[in-house]
Design a binder for this molecule. Structure first.
Ligand code: ATP
Length: 750
């Protein structure tokens, strides 16, 4: 429990949020404040964005200023659009305030406009310092101390239009809100057989429109990077007509904010509605989601992203605070923006971030679709391709004798399994290949319990939680019968969706190929488990939905703990022997402790923790203590024993409660991330099975999410990278984040 904090040093770090608010900004502000204080520096909350910087609406922050803010939407320090800051005079006023308060380290959270403003301030900083000194407004000492402005940026924008970062803070929550709203609309649209045109945000970037369209099985999407042809009304209406013939009772059309026709005139919801009503005589309603998209509590991903980027931004600005040793051009340090690349936060040059975003926006405005889409990244291009296949009805009839691919769900049911099955089926049917769903695990294959999946009967599966086929925790045994099942249905390729057991199943089947020729078929595993313990991928399907559900429940428990005597909450999460869920929960809910198998604690450690916790509760510095315990953390110290230790120390002054979140953690409707990732993985699985050459030399692979791309990872190569006894990979990237739990919640000792 040793804590080492540095004595207060004298650097002033300011943080502001600017432009449109986005969920996750509070998690970033919290991390910035706490990490700055932890490193022994002063931290300042600059209120109302650049307006506060100009007017001096600034408050020095302490540790508790940012307590219990992670779950809140919007920006706790206020944000604004400030025209005065666009002028050099305005920026000089801001610089004067900063010199007066000796704030020479600045972290700006906002969109590309805000980052551009920060860049300009940085460029003019030296001149401002000289002028302010010459005008007698600051002393020589202060002018010297503030020779350099150390700047870092964090992209907070729901549009996700930063080219250099896989995600910007707030975009995941916005998608969440859009999907929630459309899920609701689909119910009513279905009842009345209506068409809904849903208008979503995204001035120059179609990320929200395109991703939401995939996640909600929309029929058509308009987005700015690919402006529609002049004959879009005909194309759209033909499509709607054909899906209606396939029995669809409702249609959703997503209309991105900045979409224009070939003459550059904005296409509005009203125009789309009129075209459909006139041509198809269908009832059309328009839903403009507007500011709802910015509303509500941040999702797990945005909370985590905010925390990680905030923490990293502090390391960036302060890295040369001791020795001035950061990279320099002339006399100036190079400012960086915190960008998500895969599961890493990388620091990318601010000027590059701004330049790239400007280029993408310009290419979009000038209708250079290819370049605009390429700049947005591969994930973006993939999505367009998937949408073309997944939502377009079949134009061919299935031949009498066709290839047959099978899908099976192994392990516990989780969100995203159905989405992957849905896209796999639709892709296969488009290629005139039949798909058989094997029900209830390997037993289903042995007992002939299979179902023909078709383009029509998987409709709605992307949005469905759990497993529509029935998932079973079992490995393939009695290989004669498995082979019989495969032969009986002439199965030419197999998709296994699940967690560690799905990987093990694929390995077993591959190893038996010499004994059974029917096993020499391409096999692909789509990782789906809330424990995130499937090897070969950094993230499995189901995790995101589970963590959002867990966050919601832990937020409730946390709130109630503040208002009652039961101040110590031990919350047990699933995850078998992987501590992933517990660690991520603690980080994204601001919980004080994560007890996981990979970071073992002794009884003595826990006594010490309980003693410190009681001291903090007694002092009033801590309002409640939340410990997230992974169910497989330790056989020797079960949750009841942890409770006994805390009970003994609390000595009836504070109550200790255990909550086991149980099966509710699996969540209901899949999150937007799990839906669209499930669809992407299902498509990628199909592409590998139908054309094994795509998978390289091996035709038995896991689909791995690495960075923002999907890879085929050979199952055999993973054999030596896992611990079979505990069912976990040997390397777990997320363990690097574990120390942040304590860093963000332990009290300062100076
Ligand atoms: P969002 O993505 O939500 O629109 P944004 O940061 O791009 O966020 P903007 O309105 O473009 O939002 O910018 C926010 C503020 O940043 C502006 O009100 C202004 O104070 C400052 N700013 C924007 N562009 C510039 C610029 N070119 N020069 C100086 N300051 C700027």
């Amino acid at each position: 429990m040793e804590q080492k904090f540095q004595k207060e040093k004298n650097h002033g770090v300011g943080v502001l949020t600017s432009g449109g608010d986005s969920q996750g900004m509070n998690a970033a502000v919290r991390a910035i404040v706490r990490e700055t204080l932890r490193q022994g520096h002063r931290c300042y909350l600059i209120r109302e964005g650049y307006t506060g910087l100009i007017t001096g609406n600034i408050e020095q922050a302490n540790w508790n200023h940012v307590a219990n803010v992670t779950h809140l939407g919007g920006s706790m320090i206020g944000t604004s659009r400030c025209d005065e800051f666009r002028t050099s005079d305005g920026r000089k006023k801001a610089a004067k305030v900063m010199f007066e308060k000796r704030i020479f380290y600045l972290i700006v959270i906002g969109g590309d406009g805000s980052l551009m403003g920060a860049q300009k301030l940085k460029e003019e900083w030296g001149r401002f310092g000289e002028e302010l000194f010459a005008e007698g407004k600051i002393t020589e000492e202060v002018a010297n101390e503030g020779r350099e402005l150390h700047l870092a940026g964090i992209v907070g924008s729901i549009d996700n239009d930063c080219i250099e970062s896989d995600k910007s803070i707030g975009s995941d929550t916005a998608l969440h809100r859009i999907c929630e709203a459309i899920d609701g609309l689909v119910m009513t649209a279905q009842s009345h057989q209506r068409v809904f045109v849903v208008e979503v945000m995204g001035r120059h970037c179609g990320y929200l429109a395109l991703t939401a369209a995939i996640a909600v099985e929309a029929d058509y999407v308009f987005y700015p990077e690919i402006p529609p042809d002049d004959n879009w009304p005909e194309q759209l209406c033909n499509l709607l007509d054909s899906v209606r013939k396939f029995g669809k009772r409702q249609n959703v059309i997503i209309l991105g904010e900045g979409v224009t026709n070939s003459k550059g005139v904005k296409i509005g919801g009203k125009q789309v509605k009129e075209e459909i009503e006139t041509r198809l005589q269908l009832e059309v309603r328009i839903a403009t989601l507007g500011h709802l998209q910015r509303g509500g509590s941040p999702t797990f991903l945005d909370r985590l992203l905010g925390l990680r980027m905030g923490y990293e931004a502090v390391q960036e600005v302060l890295k040369n605070s001791e020795d001035g040793g950061s990279p320099v051009i002339g006399q100036k340090t190079i400012s960086k923006v915190m960008c998500l690349r895969g599961h890493n936060i990388e620091r990318i040059e601010l000027s590059r971030v701004i330049r790239q975003s400007e280029t993408a926006n310009e290419e979009t405005i000038h209708r250079n679709s290819d370049l605009a889409c390429r700049l947005r990244g591969f994930g973006f291009l993939d999505k367009q391709t998937y949408l073309n296949f997944v939502s377009v009805p079949l134009s061919t009839v299935m031949p009498e004798r066709s290839k047959v691919f099978a899908v099976i769900h192994i392990g516990s049911p989780c969100a995203g399994m159905n989405a992957a099955t849905f896209s796999f089926t639709r892709m296969a049917n488009h290629s005139r290949i039949q798909v058989l769903g094997i029900k209830n695990g390997w037993d289903g294959l042995k007992n002939g319990d299979v179902k023909l999946l078709t383009w029509e009967n998987v409709q709605g599966w992307a949005q469905a939680g759990g497993s529509m086929l029935g998932a079973k925790r079992q490995l393939p045994s009695d290989m004669d019968k498995i082979a019989e099942g495969l032969n009986a249905h002439n199965i030419d390729g197999l998709l296994i969706i699940g967690g560690f057991m799905a990987f093990q199943s694929a390995l077993i089947l591959q190893n038996k190929r010499n004994d059974y020729s029917c096993l020499s078929i391409p096999i692909v595993v789509v990782p789906a488990t809330i424990s995130n313990n499937c090897p070969g991928t950094c993230m499995s399907l189901g995790v995101d939905t589970a963590l959002n559900e867990i966050c919601r429940q832990v937020d409730n428990i946390s709130q109630n703990a503040m208002g009652c005597k039961n101040k110590v909450m031990i919350i047990e999460t699933m995850g078998s022997r992987s501590g992933f869920l517990a660690t991520m929960t603690a980080l994204s809910t601001g919980s004080q402790y994560a007890l996981i198998r990979q970071r073992k604690k002794s009884e003595k450690d826990l006594y010490q923790l309980a003693i410190e916790t009681k001291q903090r509760l007694d002092s009033g510095n801590l309002e409640k203590f939340l410990m997230i315990r992974s169910e497989g953390a330790s056989e020797e110290i079960p949750a009841q024993m942890v409770k006994r230790i805390f009970d003994k120390v609390m000595n009836l002054k504070y109550g200790v409660r255990i909550t086991n979140l149980g099966y509710s953690q699996l969540g209901g409707h899949p999150s937007c991330f799990d839906r669209q990732m499930g669809i992407r993985m299902g498509v990628r699985a199909f592409e590998g099975i139908v054309n094994p050459a795509k998978m390289g030399k091996r035709d038995c692979c896991v689909i791995g999410l690495r960075g923002s791309g999907l890879r085929y990872v050979p199952v055999q190569g993973l054999e030596n990278k896992v611990c079979f006894q505990h069912g976990i990979p040997l390397h777990m990237w997320w363990l690097d984040l574990y120390p942040l739990v304590e860093a963000m919640t332990s009290e300062l000792t100076f």
